[in-house]
Design a protein around this ligand. Sequence first.
Ligand code: F6R
Length: 262
Amino acid sequence: MRVIITKDYEEMSKEAARIVVNRLKEKPDLVLGLATGSTPLGLYRELVRIHKEEKLSFAEVRTFNLDEYIGLKPDDPASYHYFMFENLFNHIDVRKENIYIPDGLAKDPEKYCQWYEEQIEKAGGIDLQVVGIGRDGHIGFNEPGSSLASRTRVKTLDEQTIKDNARFFPRLEDVPRFAITMGVGTILEAKELLFLASGTEKSDIVAKAIEGPVTSLVTASIMQIHPKVIAVLDEEAASSLQRKDYYRYAEEQARRFEGGFV
Ligand code: F6R
């Protein structure tokens, strides 16, 4: 895993955007996996800015979101559909038919989840998947104890996740108890992962995910077995890492050597 430690959230977001933009320039029809939540907001703002100011096009890009709550309509302000259109899709030239977000209102969720997997496969797999991490170590909504081979499916949200996400809802009781999420196995199949984390409240779980044992109790730890992961963390999120001096040193060397190769 390549670990890039940035000064703050702003710099983390710019670094992440630089990586996405580079991949997009290499492959204009990039298949991009996306996440919601507070962490990638700065990345999306930066992508919108680059699209507007530097005319970067997303016209050929296909996107797949990690997850969506069960039971929320796409126009519900707390839904991940709404979040994605509000914060990214409405401001770039991505084509509507190229956007995939799990349907939280699917009549037959099991069948639907299989269909979602098939769409990823048909697109040729995800080239670059953006992931955040929950305080309980989840990626997507793969809560502790999820199978590390799991595929897209319905998952019951952990109490911690419900509390953490209550900030997006009028009341705690309004947070859905279930979500459709790509599985750990689905996420692992992305060709590259871009892992973002920010803030001290994430530092302990980030250290467990990057340096702890690979365990279903911290599903993000599975990233350790993925061949191509770039973790972009701000100082605060990186503060509990044992090897942070090494990561800084390695990054400095890599940039000197390769002139910033990501
Ligand atoms: C969201 C997702 C979640 C979040 C995680 C962190 O699509 O998959 O795993 O990345 O809950 O959320 P924030 O960024 O709000 O701390």
